[in-house]
Design a protein around this ligand. Structure first.
Ligand code: PEP
Ligand code: MN
Length: 342
């Protein structure tokens, strides 16, 4: 249920209204915009009498929200959410709103030279966050599984060298302690519906990059975001990474229509991962441009200093030089659209 308050509603009266809902066992989410304040009521609102809420003199309008996701719903929060990520130098990166953010780095962290070299190169080309997997979800148990704790240490070293905040995937809650100094926790496609993990991340004080499951609907995806937000963590970034279809010429099928649909239904920032979507390096540029055109808030691109020798996903990784070229194209496209890179 959403309640639109009258402009200049008195704070004391707002608190009294909210207290009434709390006593009914319902929680709330207040979104104070420039002109109107919207209160989202979350929980089983079937017993709430709309007419009696309307009778309150600070209430302008009351609407029931039919979608099962509430906190993630744009009706609850008409303005775009901007997720803030602190940088090591005391600044802040913003994902969402006017910003178009590029996350780049290797699929997995392999050694110090590799991660530091890639981090420096992607930073020079304008990436604002460094990615790299320390715990890798591999289809085969015999494939490289990541460097685990050492991988996180190396990411932190690359962060120190470059000042880039780091994004890395959490595969199990048992590892959460190791993520203390990680800036953004990635929930991978395979864990999108690991509800116990999502609940725990709802209590965590870090932004979450929530990738779309391999075969999940947009509504299921938003419900996974809702799990995190229901625990109090509203810093969720959605990442479209391609879905399973009958097509085999690309690794997955990038669901471009998910971008405008998510932006319409939700206030959360939306990123696109063209590397896992296509699985082909030359497709990263056209798909990134498509992401910009469709209104995405950023892209996450795999870059490796020696793709031919990569321990994971080398076949889809760009070289630092190719990445630089894609960044040049994106920055011209963004400029043309009146948006800024970074
Ligand atoms: C990744 O980003 O390295 C990854 C494993 O992605 P996904 O979960 O989308 O497959
Ligand atoms: Mn990968």
């Amino acid at each position: 249920m959403i309640i639109v308050l009258k402009p200049k509603a008195e704070e004391k009266k707002i608190q009294a209204l909210l207290e009434g809902f709390t006593q009914m066992g319902l929680s709330h989410n207040v979104s104070a915009g420039a002109h109107t304040t919207i209160v989202g009521i979350i929980g089983d609102t079937s017993k709430v009498d709309v007419d009696s809420v309307l009778a309150n003199d600070i209430v302008e309008d009351v609407k029931r929200v039919s979608e099962p996701y509430k906190a993630a719903n744009r009706k609850f929060h008409p303005d775009d959410t901007v997720v803030e990520i602190p940088t090591p130098s005391g600044g802040v990166e913003r994902v969402g709103g006017e910003h178009f953010t590029v996350v780049a780095g290797p699929c997995s962290v392999e050694n110090e030279e590799q991660i530091v070299e890639v981090a420096q190169a992607v930073k020079r080309s304008g990436a604002r966050l460094l990615r790299g997997g320390a715990f890798k979800p591999r289809t085969s148990p015999y494939a490289f599984q990541g460097l685990h704790e050492r991988g996180i240490e190396l990411l932190l070293l690359a962060k120190k060298e470059t000042g880039l905040p780091i994004v890395t995937e959490l595969m199990s809650l048992h590892h959460l302690d190791l993520f203390r100094d990680v800036d953004v926790i990635q929930v991978g496609a395979r864990n999108m519906q690991n509800f116990e993990m999502l609940k725990e991340l709802g209590h965590c004080d870090k932004p979450i990059l929530l990738k779309r499951g391999l075969a999940n609907t947009i509504e299921e995806w938003l419900m996974s975001a809702e799990y995190i937000m229901a625990g109090g963590n509203h810093r969720v970034i959605l990442c479209e990474r391609g879905i399973r279809t009958f097509e085999t010429m690309t690794r997955n099928t990038l669901d471009i229509s998910a971008i405008p649909m998510l932006k319409h239904q939700s206030h959360l920032p939306v990123m696109v991962d063209p590397s896992h979507a296509a699985g082909i390096p030359w497709m990263v540029e056209p798909l990134s441009k498509a992401a910009v055109a469709a209104g995405a808030d950023g892209v996450m691109i795999e870059v490796h200093n020696n793709p031919g020798k990569a321990l994971c996903d080398g076949a889809q990784s760009l070289t630092p030089g190719q990445f630089g070229q894609v960044m040049g194209k994106l920055s011209r496209q963004l400029e043309f659209e009146g948006r800024v890179l970074g």
